[in-house]
Design a protein around this ligand. Structure first.
Ligand code: ZN
Length: 146
């Protein structure tokens, strides 16, 4: 870039920033930022966007909690069933049938005795004890009702 071009570009960018899309998704307005960090067309849209973000975060939390509570109820139901008491394991199809969501858990820990992954759901744990037959073991770590 020649020296003259550089001067010209610099003068333009000093004078005004290029048009920008407001970060609030529903806003269709292009605006000229008065500052390079300005990402909303106006103060109200900044507030709206942050409120929407907060509502989304709350919705995600509620979704997780609902799913986790549902998982816990299923683990409790199966763990206290006559079949489980007799055999000490549960079939995967039963968990599926009850609507257990394997993607929702609080954390995964490793069972030091078996070396296997264990899904933790509140005070319950779920461990695949036979991958071929798809048997799961369910345990209640605290052994009390929440
Ligand atoms: Zn806007």
């Amino acid at each position: 870039m020649g020296k003259e071009n550089y001067k010209l570009n610099k003068r333009i960018s000093n004078r005004r920033y290029p048009l920008r899309k407001c970060k609030k998704p529903e806003c269709k307005e292009d605006f000229v930022p008065s500052d390079s960090r300005q990402i909303y067309c106006c103060e109200q849209h900044r507030i709206d966007f942050n409120n929407d973000k907060r509502k989304l975060k709350e919705a995600i939390n509620i979704f997780f909690l609902k799913s986790a509570n549902s998982n816990r109820a299923i683990l409790k139901k199966i763990k206290t069933s006559a079949f489980y008491k007799k055999h000490g394991y549960a079939y995967k199809f039963l968990l599926d049938y009850e609507g257990y969501d394997f993607t929702i858990y609080h954390c995964i820990i490793i069972n030091k005795k078996t070396g296997r992954e264990v899904q933790v759901c509140f005070d319950y744990t779920l461990e695949l004890i036979d991958a071929v037959e798809e048997f799961f073991s369910i345990n209640n770590t605290l052994d009390y009702d929440l």
